[in-house]
Ligand binder design. Structure first.
Ligand code: GLA
Length: 740
C-alpha cells in the first residue's frame, strides 16, 4: 500500500451524497487488456481500444476469466467552475467506484495515486471502493482543457476491473471528512415492534461543525414519511455528536431511515440512508423439535459424526432407534459417533424430549460411496477474515455455531486460505503457520462440539493468497488432513494456471481435481471435496464425475446487490446438474459482519437483499457457508440463518435445484421440486421499487397445489384461486411452499 501525494478515503465515500458540484465520469471509457508504460500518456492514441461500461466488471464485457493487467482511459474536461462554486477550493476528489484489485492512476501521464501492488501477500483484499483526493494546485490537472485519465489495474483472480456506480470528479468538500456512523447494532423490541439505535456524527477535520441533524423514517411502499425530527448537532474532531432514535409499531418490513446533517456556516449537507432490519423468523419454541436434513450419508468404516440438530428448552434427552451396528448416541448431547462397516440404507427414528414434550422424526442414514447428500451448512473464514484468520477466530466461530446454530443443522467450521506455514518440513509435510499452533487440537475441539472442520488448499504451488499449495504433495497433504481430523477440503485452482497449459482443455481442468480425489480416497475419512475454479469449463457438467461434492460456479462474491444478484439469478445453466452429493456452489454467504481482512463491516446488502440471498441460495440447493464474524452475530443475521423451514428447502433430500420459471425486468419466479412432492417458490423483486407479483397456479404445473405457506413467517397464507398475489419489497422476496 503506497501513499503518494494523496489521501485515500476508502470505505465511507460511497455512502455520501456529495453536494459540491461534480462531473460524472461514468461514460466514455476505453479499455485494453495487457500492459504498457505508453498507455499512461495523453499522447497515446487509444481510438482503436474497445469501449467499456464501468458499471460492470470486465468479465461481463467480453473478457471472461481474464486476470492480470487491464487499462482504462478517459478523455474529459475538468471545468474551473467546479472550483469557483466550491466552499473549499484546495483539493479535487476522484471517485473510481470499485477497483478489483490494485490500481495506479495517471492524469495526463503523471502518476497521481495508487493503491495495492502487483503481487503483495494480501493482494485479494485490495479489492474495494477508491476515492482519491489530490491538491487542486497539482500541475497534472489541466483546468478547462482536455485531460487524459488512465487507470492501470492488476486483477489477481476472479472478477476484475473498475466498476460500480458514480464515477466522478468533484471538489473536495467540507463534508468529505465527516462520517455519519451508523455501525452500532439496532436494538429490537419484539413486544413493541420497535427499533432503536444510536448514530454518531464524527469528523477528523479541524473544522468545527455546527448545524442540525434531520432524521426521517419513510415507508418505501408509498413514500410516506412516518416520523421526522430535527435536532441541533455540533461536533468536532474527538467530540462526536450522538443521536439515539426509538421508533415503535413497525410492521414486518424494511423502512428507509435517513440522516441529514446541515452545516450552518458552509451550507453543506451530508446524508446517509439505510434500510431498517426486520425479523420474520419466529422464535424457536420451548417444545423440542428436530431440525436438519432427513438423510445423511457416510462411507463404510470411516469415522462417523452426526449431531442431531434440535431446538427446545434445554436439557434435552435424545433417543434413536434403528441405528446400524457400530454407532452410539450420546443421549445428552445428541452426538452420534462410531463407524459403520456394512453398506446399506438405515431408517432411523430420532426422538428428543424435554420437560415439556417429546418429538420424533424419521431419518435415514445411508452408508455407501456418497457423502454430502444435502448441501453443506457451515461457516468459512474467508468473507469475514480473509488471510487474517487464526485459531482464536475459528474457535469463536465454532463456539457460536455450537451455542446458537448447530441446533438448526449448521455443521462445518471451515478455515480458508491463510493457515499454511511458509515452508514444508524436510520430508515435505505441510505445517500450519504460527496463527494455528495446534491444528489437530483445534479439530478435536470442533469435533467435541459435534461439529466438523474444513481446510483450504490449491492444486498449484501457491494458493490465491500466496501461501503454499498442494502441488506435487497431494498424497501427503491428504494424509496430513486425515491425521488432523479434517472433514472438508476447499481446493482452489489459483496458481495451478502456471502448471496447466495456457489454454487448458477439459482434461487439463479435471486433472488436478482427479489427482486430489485419488489422494483423498486413500484416507480413512469422509472429507467433503469442494472444487473452487470459478466455473471454468462448465464444471457443473463434470464436477460429479470427478468426485466433487460441490463446485464453485462463479468468481468471488462480494457484499453488493450487483454481485450477489448477478451470481444468484444467473444460476440457470448449472441447475440440472445438482443432485444429492453434488451441488453447484454460487459462493459463500455475505450476511452479517464481513470484511475479507482484519476489519469487518456490516454487509452492504439491505435486509431485503439478505432475505433474497438466503432464499435464493436455499432454492438453488447451494452449500450455505456463513461468511461473517460469528462472535458478532446480531439478532437479524441470526434470524436469517436460523429459520428451519427455509433451511429445510436448502436441505431437501431430493437435491434438486430451483429453475427460473418466469422473468421480467422487474421480477423473477423460481421454483424448486421438493422430496415430499411440494414445491418451493421464490417470488423475487429484482427492481428498486415495490412490485406486485402474481403467481398463477394454472401455470408451472401448480394446478393441484392448494396450500400456500409463507416460509419465512412459517404460516399459511391464502390466495384467491388460481392466483397468489403479493407485494414484494425492492430487491426482496416472498418465499412460499406450495403443497397439494
Ligand atoms: C479465491 C477464492 C476465495 C478464497 C480466496 C483465498 O479468491 O475464490 O473464495 O478462497 O481465493 O485466497
Amino acid at each position: 500500500m503506497n501513499k503518494l501525494f494523496i489521501l485515500t478515503c476508502l470505505a465511507a465515500a460511497l455512502c455520501f451524497k456529495a453536494v459540491a458540484q461534480e462531473i460524472s465520469i461514468d461514460k466514455g471509457w476505453k479499455f485494453s487488456t495487457g500492459d504498457s508504460a505508453q498507455w499512461a500518456s495523453p499522447n497515446y492514441n487509444d481510438q482503436h481500444w474497445k469501449s467499456i461500461d464501468v458499471s460492470h466488471n470486465w468479465e461481463a464485457q467480453g473478457y471472461p476469466d481474464y486476470d492480470g493487467f487491464g487499462w482504462y482511459r478517459l478523455h474529459m474536461v475538468i471545468p474551473s467552475t467546479l472550483k469557483e462554486k466550491a466552499y473549499l477550493k484546495d483539493s479535487i476528489r476522484i471517485n473510481l467506484g470499485i477497483i478489483d484489485d490494485n490500481d495506479e492512476v495517471y492524469l495526463n501521464g503523471k502518476l497521481i495515486a495508487k493503491y495495492g501492488g502487483k503481487r503483495g501477500p494480501i493482494t485479494t483484499s485490495n479489492y474495494g471502493p477508491r476515492t482519491y483526493v489530490i491538491a487542486a494546485a497539482n500541475p497534472a490537472i489541466l483546468w478547462d482543457k482536455e485531460n487524459t485519465l488512465a487507470v492501470r489495474i492488476f486483477d489477481t483472480g476472479g472478477d476484475g476491473g473498475m466498476y460500480g456506480y458514480k464515477h466522478s470528479i468533484g471538489m473536495a468538500n467540507v463534508m468529505d471528512n465527516v462520517n455519519i456512523n451508523t455501525d452500532a447494532d439496532y436494538i429490537y423490541d419484539d413486544d413493541k415492534m420497535g427499533l432503536s439505535k444510536t448514530i454518531r456524527l464524527i469528523t477528523t477535520d479541524h473544522y468545527l461543525f455546527k448545524g442540525s441533524l434531520h432524521f426521517t423514517v419513510t415507508d418505501p411502499e408509498d413514500n410516506k414519511v412516518l416520523f421526522e425530527t430535527t435536532s441541533n448537532a455540533d461536533f468536532a474532531a474527538g467530540k462526536p455528536f450522538k443521536y439515539t432514535f426509538n421508533i415503535e409499531k413497525l410492521r414486518k418490513k424494511s423502512y428507509l431511515l435517513s440522516y441529514t446533517f446541515t452545516d450552518e456556516q458552509s451550507g453543506s449537507t451530508i446524508t446517509k440512508t439505510e434500510n431498517s432490519p426486520y425479523l420474520l423468523t419466529p422464535y424457536a419454541s420451548n417444545k423440542p423439535r428436530i431440525n436438519g436434513a432427513d438423510v445423511y450419508g457416510a462411507r463404510p468404516g470411516n469415522p462417523f459424526l452426526y449431531l442431531i440438530p434440535a431446538t427446545g428448552k434445554r436439557p434435552l434427552v435424545f433417543e434413536a432407534t434403528g441405528l446400524p451396528a457400530g454407532l452410539r448416541l450420546d443421549h445428552a448431547t445428541g452426538i452420534i459417533s462410531g463407524a459403520v462397516y456394512q453398506k446399506g440404507t438405515y431408517p432411523i427414528t430420532l426422538t428428543v424430549k424435554n420437560n415439556q414434550a417429546s418429538k420424533t422424526k424419521k431419518f435415514t442414514i445411508i452408508i455407501g460411496d456418497n457423502i454430502g447428500l444435502t448441501p453443506a451448512l457451515g461457516w468459512n473464514s474467508w468473507n469475514a477474515f480473509g488471510l487474517s484468520v487464526n485459531d482464536a477466530k475459528v474457535r469463536a466461530a465454532a463456539k457460536t455455531m455450537a451455542g446458537k446454530l448447530s441446533q438448526h443443522g449448521w455443521t462445518y467450521i471451515n478455515i480458508d486460505d491463510g493457515w499454511e506455514a511458509p515452508q514444508r518440513l524436510v520430508d515435505g509435510e505441510i505445517m500450519a503457520n504460527e496463527k494455528f499452533p495446534d491444528m489437530r487440537g483445534l479439530a478435536t475441539y470442533v469435533h467435541s462440539l459435534g461439529l466438523k472442520m474444513g481446510i483450504y488448499s490449491s492444486p498449484g504451488p501457491r494458493t490465491c493468497g500466496g501461501y503454499l499449495g498442494s502441488w506435487q504433495h497431494e498424497d501427503q497433504d491428504a494424509q496430513t488432513y486425515g491425521d488432523w481430523g479434517i472433514d472438508y477440503l476447499k481446493y482452489d485452482w489459483c496458481s495451478y494456471s502456471e502448471i496447466a497449459p495456457k489454454n487448458p482443455g477439459l482434461d487439463d481442468m479435471k486433472k488436478p481435481y482427479q489427482v486430489m480425489r485419488a489422494s483423498l480416497d486413500k484416507i480413512q475419512r469422509d472429507i467433503m471435496f469442494s472444487f473452487c475454479q470459478y466455473g471454468m469449463g462448465d464444471v457443473w457438467k463434470w464436477g460429479a464425475e470427478v468426485g466433487g461434492n460441490s463446485w464453485r460456479s462463479t468468481g468471488d462474491i462480494n457484499d453488493s446487490w450487483g454481485s450477489m444478484a448477478g451470481i444468484g439469478f444467473n444460476q440457470t445453466d448449472d441447475g440440472p446438474y445438482a443432485q444429492p452429493g453434488h451441488f453447484n456452489d454460487p459462493d459463500m454467504l455475505v450476511v452479517g459482519e464481513v470484511g475479507w481482512g482484519s476489519s469487518q463491516h456490516k454487509t452492504h446488502l439491505t435486509p431485503d437483499e439478505q432475505y433474497t440471498h438466503i432464499s435464493l441460495w436455499s432454492l438453488l440447493s447451494a452449500p450455505l457457508l456463513i461468511g461473517c464474524d460469528m462472535s458478532r452475530l446480531d439478532w437479524f443475521t441470526f434470524g436469517l440463518l436460523a429459520n428451519d423451514e427455509v433451511l429445510a428447502i436448502d436441505q431437501d433430500a431430493l437435491g434438486k435445484q430451483a429453475h427460473q420459471a418466469f422473468k421480467t425486468n422487474d421480477y423473477q419466479i423460481w421454483i424448486k421440486d421438493l422430496a415430499d412432492g411440494s414445491k418451493a417458490v421464490g417470488l423475487f423483486n429484482t427492481s428498486d421499487k415495490y412490485q406486485t407479483i402474481t403467481l398463477n397456479r394454472h401455470e408451472n404445473d401448480l394446478a393441484q397445489y392448494t396450500k400456500i405457506r409463507d416460509v419465512w413467517q412459517q404460516k399459511y397464507v391464502v390466495g384467491i384461486w388460481p392466483n397468489y398475489i403479493t407485494k414484494v419489497a425492492p430487491h426482496g422476496v416472498v418465499l412460499l411452499k406450495l403443497s397439494k
